[in-house]
Ligand binder design. Sequence first.
Ligand code: GLN
Length: 315
Amino acid sequence: LVIPAFDEFRDQLDTIFDACRDEASGSVASYIPQLARVDPEKFAMAVCTIDGQRHSVGDDHDSFCVQSTCKPVNYAIAHGLSSADSIHSHVGREPSGRSFNELTLNPAGLPHNPMINAGAIMASSLIKPEESLADRFDFVMSKWRELGGGAEPGFDNTVFLSEKATADRNFALAYFMRENGAFPPNTNLMETLDFYFQCCSIRIDVRHMAIIAATLANGGVCPTTSQRVLDAESVRNCLSLMYSCGMYDYSGEFAFTVGIPAKSGVSGALMLVVPGVCGFAIWSPRLDRCGNSVRGVRFAQELSKKYSFHSYATM
Ligand code: GLN
């Protein structure tokens, strides 16, 4: 087993979790009422190792919408359907150094990377564009199910409708990309945006999300079912981008201090991947200035201090 003394590990995680509870700074996302209404005190954490050892604590049965944590999943799915070269003729792989929804493209007229809104809209456009929206969403939902060991993901229609109703910036990003010829020919812009908003509105709990993170830690094979869900190259490239671009404007700092691939979402979700070891999910809705969960970041920092999970740690 990758973590032989799992009981002890679990106790240590609970201690870190409890220590992060005092963290009361930040505020919940308010751009749509459905997120603004979430109880800011909610807090949950789950872990799953590549051997399928699991633990969870706090509000671990409450579901939340995945928001930007759908970005690595959609990227890996799109990657698995084609190749790195073909995907990256439509989206870059460089951090933007700007906020996640900044109206900006790289010098080639492409979104900077798939972990910010523009690039995530692009990655969504590359998932089975020839099929109906219903079949495309069904396919994405089946991937969330398989990545999470068979648990059924939910869908938050209210979040979807209000995302769509307040998405001027995402519409602007899509038109800006189309103006620059960034999309593949025949891309249906409105359908692509609906698809992206729907993916952001998928609901799961931390137990499910930790298994997804563990599947990524395990090179695409789900630890609880042994099913290969993603190919190893798609996962490797996805983790590289999570490492360099997964934490919005804090990605460089996070890579420096914590040193593992991660992805956050404005719902307060945070997915952490320790390649070859385990995956974590944390959910706590209060966000910092960059849009990352305050307690989530704190948990990741404490975790990395306690264990040598940093990619370049040799001590
Ligand atoms: N639905 C949000 C948006 O597209 C997701 C952004 C996020 O989690 N940062 O603006």
